[in-house]
Design a protein around this ligand. Structure first.
Ligand code: NDP
Length: 518
C-alpha cells in the first residue's frame, strides 16, 4: 500500500514486514494536547505523593503482567533481541519506577539552606520545589520504551503532566506507554502520546510546553534548542557519544574483553554510551584483541531463539553510516579482525572488531552508532587520557585497571558525564544516578536527583523572624550608611563572626538613624 503523508508506517527491521500504520498527529492537535495537558496539570499538581506513588506502582504492575508481550513488541519494532528488551529496557525502568515512586517525596522535600551570618540577624531560607507544568518528551528509537517511560515517571512524580512524541520508527511502543499509564488509572491527559516524524516533534516544541526532554542526535538537539529559545522553554538534551574504554596493562583482560564485546555490540551498537573507541596499553594490545575476537566470533546474529545476541539495526540509514565508517577504517589502514559486512538485503550487520585504529581516522571522531569496536593503543597514562578526551563528545567512559587509585585518578580527568572503573555502559540502568554529557553529548541531566531537579521549579522562601527593625541597607543613604556598607564589605562579608562582632556598634548607629527617620 502506498504511504500517505498523514500516516506513518512502522516496520519490523528484522523482516521488513509492516507492523501497522498510524495517523500523524497534526500540529494543531499537538498544540491541543499541550493545552489539555496544562488543564490536567491543574488538578494533577495537587495530588499527594502517596497518590502518585500508588499510580506509578500500579503502572509497574501493568508492565509486569504484560511483560512478555511488551518485550516482543520492543523487539519487533526496534530490532533488538527479546533478551535485551528485558534486560536493557524493562528491568531498568521497573527499578527506576519503584525508586522514584518511593523516594520522590523525600528528594523533593523542602530543604533548609545555610545562610551563614545572615542567620544571626534572625533570617532563614528554605527551598521548595514546584512542578513545572507540561513536560514534552522527545526520545530516540534506540531505547524506545525505557527512556520516555522513565522520564515520564519522573515528571509525573514531580507533579507534571507529559506529552510524548515517540520516534517515527517506534510509534507503537510509544502508544503502549500511554496505554500502560491509562490502564494504571492515571487521569485523562496526564500522559498523552502524539505520533509522527520530526515535524511532529517540532510541533511539540513549537507548542511551548514547560520543559523539553530530548534524546537524539546533536544536529536535532541544536535545532530544538534554537526552536525552544523562542519561548524560553528550557531543555534537557541527551545527545550522542563516542565513548572511550581505556584498558591498562594490569587490567583483568578476560573481564575487559567480555565488557568490550557487550559494551560495543549490545543493542547492535546503537547505544549513546556504546564503547566506540577502545584504547589499550600497547604491551597487552595483541592479547586483548585476540580475546575480543574470539568472543565476538561466538555471537549469534539474527534468527530466533534466546541465544540471539545481535538483532537487526534500526534502519537503512544507520547501516549506511556503519558501512561508511568500516570502509573509512580500511581506507585509513586499519585492519578488520572479524565482521565488517552486513547480511545481504537485511539490516543485520556483523559485529566488527578493528585493530590498528588511531584518532586521526575520521571514523574515530564521528559517532558510528553501530556494532563496530575499533582498537587503538597507548604508551602512558597521560596519553590514554589525552586520546580519550580528544573528541567533541563526552557522555560516558570506562577505565580498566586493578589499581583502584589509578582508576579513580584517570576517571576524574576524563571529560564525560559518567565514568566507570572496571564496568561499562550500564549505568543508564541505575535510575538513582544522574545521566548526561559533557561537551556535545548534551546539556542537563536525566535520572538521579539531578534529573528530578530538572523537572521542578525551585523556589527560595526567605523569612525575617525579627521583623522589628529596618534593615541597615534601606534608604535614605547617608555618611553613616556609607561607613556601615564599608564595614559590611570588610567585616561581615569576610564570613568571620569575630570581625562581624566589631561591626555591631556601627550597625546599631545606622539602624537607629533609620528608625529616627520614619
Ligand atoms: P534524531 O535526532 O534523528 O531524533 C530524535 C528524536 O527527535 C526523534 O523522535 C525524532 O523524530 C525527533 N525529531 C527529529 N527532528 C526533530 C525536530 N526538528 N524537532 C523535534 N523533534 C525532532 O536522533 P535518532 O533518533 O537518530 O537517535 C540517535 C541519536 O540519539 C544518537 O546520536 C544517539 O547517540 C542519541 N542518543 C542519546 C542518548 C543519551 O542519553 N545521551 C540515548 C539514546 C540516543 P523521528 O525519529 O520521528 O524523526
Amino acid at each position: 500500500m502506498p504511504q500517505r503523508t498523514d500516516e506513518i508506517t512502522s516496520t519490523d527491521p528484522a523482516t521488513g514486514e509492516e507492523i501497522g500504520r498510524l495517523a500523524v498527529t497534526s500540529p494543531e492537535e499537538v498544540a491541543d494536547a499541550v493545552t489539555r495537558g496544562r488543564e490536567a496539570f491543574q488538578s494533577w499538581r495537587k495530588t499527594t505523593f502517596t497518590e502518585r506513588k500508588r499510580l506509578v506502582m500500579a503502572a509497574r504492575e501493568v508492565i509486569l503482567s504484560e511483560m512478555d508481550e511488551i518485550a516482543l513488541l520492543i523487539s519487533r519494532e526496534s530490532g533488538k533481541p527479546v533478551a535485551e528488551a528485558l534486560s536493557m529496557e524493562i528491568a531498568p525502568v521497573l527499578d527506576l519506577m519503584q525508586h522514584f515512586a518511593r523516594n520522590a517525596e523525600r528528594l523533593l522535600k523542602p530543604r533548609r539552606i545555610g545562610i551563614g551570618l545572615y542567620a544571626l540577624m534572625g533570617r532563614s531560607s528554605k527551598m521548595v520545589y514546584h512542578p513545572l507544568g507540561v513536560v514534552g518528551i522527545i526520545p530516540a528509537w534506540n531505547y524506545p520504551f525505557s527512556i520516555p517511560l522513565g522520564e515520564a515517571v519522573m515528571a509525573l512524580m514531580a507533579g507534571n503532566t507529559v506529552v510524548i512524541k515517540p520516534s517515527e520508527l517506534t510509534p507503537f511502543i510509544g502508544l503502549k506507554i500511554g496505554e500502560i499509564f491509562a490502564k494504571a488509572g492515571f487521569p485523562v491527559d496526564a500522559v498523552q502520546v502524539v505520533c509522527g516524524a520530526g515535524d511532529t516533534g517540532a510541533a511539540l516544541v513549537e507548542a511551548a510546553p514547560d520543559k523539553i526532554m530530548f534524546t537524539g542526535s546533536v544536529a536535532t538537539g541544536k535545532r530544538i534548542a534554537v526552536a525552544a529559545a523562542k519561548n524560553l522553554t528550557s531543555t534537557v538534551l541527551e545527545l550522542g557519544g563516542k565513548d572511550p574504554m581505556i584498558v591498562f596493562e594490569d587490567a583483568n583482560l578476560d573481564l575487559a574483553a567480555g565488557a568490550a564485546v557487550w559494551g560495543a555490540f549490545c543493542n547492535a551498537g546503537q547505544s549513546c554510551s556504546s564503547v566506540e573507541r577502545l584504547y589499550v596499553h600497547e604491551s597487552v594490545a595483541k592479547e586483548l584483541t585476540a580475546k575480543i575476537v574470539e568472543r565476538t566470533k561466538l555471537l549469534k546474529v539474527g534468527g530466533s531463539g534466546d541465544d540471539v545476541s545481535l538483532g537487526a539495526m534500526s534502519s537503512e540509514r544507520q547501516v549506511a553510516i556503519v558501512e561508511d565508517h568500516v570502509a573509512q577504517f580500511i581506507a585509513d589502514g586499519a585492519r578488520i579482525e572479524t565482521g565488517g559486512v552486513r547480511e545481504s538485503d537485511t539490516l543485520f550487520f556483523g559485529p566488527t572488531v578493528i585493530s590498528g585504529a588511531n584518532n586521526e581516522m575520521r571514523a574515530m571522531q564521528e559517532e558510528t552508532f553501530g556494532p563496530t569496536l575499533p582498537i587503538a593503543t597507548f604508551k602512558t597514562e597521560e596519553e590514554a587520557i589525552r586520546l580519550a578526551n580528544d573528541s567533541e563528545f563526552g557522555l560516558t567512559a570506562s577505565v580498566w585497571t586493578k589499581d583502584y587509585a589509578k582508576g579513580g585518578r584517570v576517571a576524574e580527568q576524563i571529560e564525560a558525564g559518567s565514568v566507570c572503573v572496571n564496568e561499562v555502559l550500564y549505568t543508564h540502568g541505575i535510575g538513582q544516578t544522574p545521566w548526561g554529557g559533557f561537551k556535545n553529548s548534551g546539556r542537563g541531566r536525566t535520572h538521579g536527583t539531578e534529573g528530578l531537579m530538572e523537572l521542578v521549579q525551585p523556589q527560595h522562601i526567605h523569612v525575617n523572624h525579627l521583623a522589628l527593625l529596618p534593615d541597615a541597607w534601606w534608604m535614605p543613604y547617608s555618611s553613616t550608611a556609607v561607613e556601615t556598607f564599608r564595614g559590611f564589605a570588610t567585616k561581615f562579608a569576610s564570613g568571620s563572626l569575630f570581625k562581624t562582632a566589631m561591626l555591631m556598634p556601627q550597625l546599631f548607629r545606622r539602624i537607629f538613624e533609620l528608625r529616627g527617620k520614619k
